[in-house]
Design a protein around this ligand. Structure first.
Ligand code: SAM
Length: 282
């Protein structure tokens, strides 16, 4: 018996016309469509006249349901996976199923299409050559602080997803971590009638949403830390003493040169290589 195939199908993030001819054909021909929310997806499928059977596959049944889907795939069925919007797996269910399918040697293929982060990045005007995608910031405080801390030195463009009711809190925390002057493009309701992409500093964005209610779904595209900001911060970190003077002070506490440089690196949040370079230039 031949093995089936798992098709990861990207669906619209707003505008129903944003769906590829190939996705429509695969959804039509599949034996089964696994959908994050079957009620939600039925609307899209009806719009395109597709009546392939649906089964739910979401965050809360992702392990048990994956087993069931894998058995069906091993029997030769063709299964399409879709989420409520955009590309499955990207801040959406699917990862567990894909991993299991690959472990079982089941062919997996991805049919590209809409993805909110790529749509936002491409229209943001923020440098797009190098970027990091953080999805939604963790809700748990400690984890959230750690992620925000890790973003402080990030030089690449940073992309986040956010729900409207958490937007203000997130903007405030980003300002505290990255600075009030950091620029960002706030993209909302992409591909929909009220699509908006506004460029602000974090301070301006906070003021803007101080006066109006956040509405719709958001992608935040933040500029990475500039080289100049990093340089200025490093200079400030040394205070009134030169790196050489700091080194002497560390060695005065009984550390040898290597240990003193290691301690400086930890205290100033720099790599040992950077400390070495700064000492050469001081
Ligand atoms: N899998 C999706 C993708 O490929 O982009 C992301 C799903 S995630 C659960 C939903 C989040 O994506 C929203 O909270 C929002 O941050 C972002 N998003 C989805 N559609 C959007 C849209 N039309 N405009 C702006 N952001 C959107």
């Amino acid at each position: 018996m031949s093995t089936g195939c798992l098709y990861l199908c990207a669906t619209p993030i707003g505008n129903r016309e944003d769906i590829s001819a190939r996705v429509l054909r695969v959804l039509e021909e599949a034996d089964l469509i696994a959908a994050e929310d079957t009620r939600h997806s039925r609307g899209l499928l009806q719009y395109y006249g597709i009546d392939t059977p649906l089964i739910s596959y979401h965050e809360h049944n992702k392990y048990e349901r994956a087993q069931e889907l894998i058995s069906r795939l091993l029997k030769g069925e063709k299964i399409a996976l879709i989420s409520d919007a955009g590309t499955p797996v990207i801040s959406d269910p699917g990862e567990v199923l894909v991993q299991k399918a690959r472990e079982c040697g089941i062919p997996v293929t991805s049919l590209p299409g809409p993805c909110a982060l790529i749509t936002a990045l491409s229209l943001s005007g923020i440098p797009a050559r190098r970027f990091v995608f953080e999805g939604f910031l963790p809700q748990e405080n400690k984890e959230r602080r750690e992620v925000l801390q890790s973003l402080k030195q990030e030089g690449r463009t940073i992309i986040l997803y956010e729900a409207p009711h958490r937007l203000r809190k997130t903007l405030g925390e980003l300002r505290d971590a990255l600075g009030a002057d950091r620029s960002l493009c706030l993209c909302r309701e992409l591909t929909k009638i009220h699509e908006e992409a506004l460029t602000f500093t974090l301070e301006e964005a906070i003021a803007y949403y101080g006066e109006r209610e956040p509405r719709g779904e958001y992608v935040l595209v933040l500029a990475g830390k500039s080289k100049e900001a990093g340089e200025a911060e490093r200079k400030n970190a040394w205070g009134t003493q030169s790196p050489e003077e700091h080194l002497k002070a560390y060695m005065g506490r009984g550390l040898d040169k290597k240990a003193a440089m290691k301690a400086m690196a930890a205290d100033f949040g720099l790599s040992r290589n950077e400390i070495y370079k700064q000492l050469l230039n001081s």
